[in-house]
Design a protein around this ligand. Sequence first.
Ligand code: 16G
Ligand code: MG
Length: 542
Amino acid sequence: MAQFEEVSKKSKLHPKPVGLVLQYGTAGFRTNADHLDHVMFRMGLLAVLRSINTKATIGVMVTASHNPEEDNGVKLIDPMGEMVTPAWEVYATQLANAEQDHLITVLKDIIQKESVDMTQEAHVFVGKDTRSSSARLSEAVLDGVTALHGHSKDYGLVTTPQLHYMVCCYNTQGGYGEASVEGYYRKLSQAFIRITKHVPNRTDDQKCLLVDGANGIGALKLHEMEPYLQGELQVSLFCDGTSGKLNYQCGADFVKVQQNSPKGIDMKAGERCCSFDGDADRIVYYYNDDQGRFHLLDGDKIATLISTFLKELLTQAGLDLEIAVVQTAYANGSSTRYLEETMKLIVRCTKTGVKHLHHVAQEFDIGVYFEANGHGTVLLSKAAEEKIQQLCNDSDGERQRAATLLKNSVDLINQTVGDAISDMLLIEAILAIRGMTVQQWDAIYTDLPNRQLKVKVSDRRVIETTDAERKTVSPAGLQEAIDRLVGKHQHGRSFVRPSGTEDVVRVYSEAATQESADALAHEVSLAVYRLAGGVGGEPKPL
Ligand code: 16G
Ligand code: MG
C-alpha cells in the first residue's frame, strides 16, 4: 500500500539510533531530547492507528514534565481524555524500539492484531510544552500522522491537562466543554467567579496568591487566563519563564522533594504560595510561618481539603452518594488516619502512577484521587452529576444552595487528569468559602515526619512488590528485614519499590520524629543495598 511506502520513506528522515531501547514508562517516553525524534514520528503513526481503532480523536503531548529542560518526552491520550490503555503502551514500546528495517513489519503487526481498518479516517490532536526541543519534536509527531494520512490539529503550546481536556471535549461533541483553550479558560473561570462572588468580604489577602510556574507552560497559560478571572484571583506569578530555566530550583517536584520553597522567592510570613510542575499537571501549596519555618501542603492535604468539602456539601444537599479518597503508599499516614477515622471516608490505596489511581476513583460516585506529589483530581459518575444537576432546582433552599455549589465546583474540575490550574482554582474557591487561611488548612492534621531515599542496584527488577507496593515479595528476606527495622521506631512505616521513571529503587519511611524517619530510611536503604544487589556506594537522598 502506498501509505506504507510513504511511512518507510519518511521514517528515514526520523532515523532511530541503532540499538537504542526505550520504554513507555509510567507517564510515557522520557529521555534526553536528542534521542527522541524517531519516537515522536512513530507515536504520530501509532496515534493514527489508535484513532481508527477507537473511532475517535487521540491526543499526543510532547513534554517531559518535571524533568530538566534537556529532556523531553511524549504522552498519548485516549478518547475520553484519559491516559492511553496499557495494551497500547506495549505497542508504543514495540514501535519505538523497532530497528529501521523492521518498522513496517511492527506497524502491520499492530494493525493486524487490533484489526485496524486503514481505509478509515484518523484524527490526532498535538500539543507541546515550552522546552526548546518541543517545537521540532512535535513537528516529528505531525509528520508521523501525515505519513499515515491522518488528520491533525496542532494546539501548539498547551499544558498537558489542557490537551487532555481538548480531546475529551471534542470526543463528547462539546458535552464536556468547548475544545479550545479559550473555552477551557471560560468554563473554569466562570465557575470560579460564580462561587467566589457569593463569598462576602473577601479580603485582598484571600484573593492574592503567589504562583511558581516552574518556568514552564503553566506560567504562560495562567498568565493568559488571568483576564478571564476578572480580579477574583490575583496571581503574583514568579518563575514565569522570562529569565529562569525550566524546573531548575523551582516547580512542584523541587518543592516537594527538597521540602523547601523555590530558590529566590520572597515569601512573607503566612503568605499562601503554590508551585506547578513543568507541564502543569501537579500542584503543591506551602507557606512560611512566623519563625520562618517552611510548611508544605502536598497532595494529601489537598485531597483532604477537597474531600472534606465535598462530603459536607453532599450532607447539606441530602445526597446519598458514595465518596472515596484514593491514595498511594506515599500518602502520609496522618492523612489516611484523619480521612478514615475522623472524616469516616472510604480510603483506597493503589500502586504509584496516575492511571492506577484514576481507575480506582472511577469505581465510586465521587472519587477524589491525589498522589502525595500533587497530581490529582476528582471524578464523578454520570449518575452523580445528574443527581446534583437535578437538585439545583430543588425547592428546599438549603439543599438547592448546596447542590448549586457542588455543581459549580464540579465545573471547576478537569476530570480527565490532574490539572494544576483547575486544582488551584478549586482549592482557592474552597478556602474562600470557608474563610480559611493556609495555616488553618495546614492544621487539619499534622504530617508524620518522613524521608525518601534512593538506592542504586544492578537490576531494580529484582524488587517485586504486592499490596499496592506496600510490601515486597522478593528478594527473599527483604520484607522481614523491613518489618524488623520498622518495629524499632514509634509510628514507623516504610516500603521500597522500583522506580518507574529512573533506574533506582525508592525507599520511603515515616516515623514519630524526623530523626527516627531519617534513621529508618537509612537502615532500610542498607537492607535493600545488601539484599537486592546494591551498586555504586552508599544510598543517596532522593
Ligand atoms: C510519573 C507519574 C507519577 C508518579 C511518578 C513516579 C503520571 C502522569 N506520572 O511521574 O504519577 O508519581 O511517575 O515516579 O503517571 P517513580 O516511579 O520514579 O517513583
Ligand atoms: Mg507533570
